[in-house]
Design a protein. Sequence first.
Length: 277
Amino acid sequence: MKGKELIKLEHLSILEINGKGSFELLQGQITSDMEKVSEDNCVMGSICDIKGRVMSSFIAAKNEKENHSFILVGETKALEATQKILEKYKPFYDCSLKQKEDIKFYAIEEDCLIRNFPESKLEISFQNYDSFFRLHYLEKKYHLVAFTESEEFKGYNISNDKLPWELDEIINQNFEITSEVINKFTPHELGYHLNTRIDFEKGCYTGQEIVARMHYRAKKLPEILVRSTNKEVEDLTKVYDKDKKVVGLILSSTKTDSNYHCLLSMNKNYSGQDLDF
């Protein structure tokens, strides 16, 4: 990315949870620890069903504009599913839920961010500026910025090419739940045990017993790999070894030049053998 450029991310939106009971509601349902969310720190999280399968994934942060308020940032359809889940428990808590449709998300390369916003504090993962806020997670090359209207980004080129963002997600082994895969995977099959999406030291949440049982009792946990191939591939298709045994699944992929870069979830049959896509 050269000059002043943003990548438009139309698939993302915000679910806002307001009220004195918002913390307790989220802490009792999501897989990460809301105690770690602060004014300058966001956490990656997810919600599971009673069978321990992932319903949604998101970034959780504090809403600086409201007291007792949090935001979840994720894929729009998956957040709609999240809202339906949380609505079931809302009568027990003093809070409200609503999706924000006026805030738009973009990706900005870190070098561009530093060059044009020297006040950026890269050591923190959540930062409010005058007319936008910034989120960052893992070791990603790109940061998320969100705003309704921002004078600070006037004159920037807006790109609809999400390939750099998608590749950055794959390199950092991050898979976000979309409407197509709700209830399809356990957290371990998506590598959520390898980052901060699951906190094994916090209290109970829906599906917690099953997730913990797999983590501590499974003889072999799924592996998450990043691989490239010159063969054309499709997301959510099987990966084989040279003996045609199914050893995994392509979670996501993106194409650069003549190569496909893939995020793979490998099952218990995989032991380092060569792969055949």
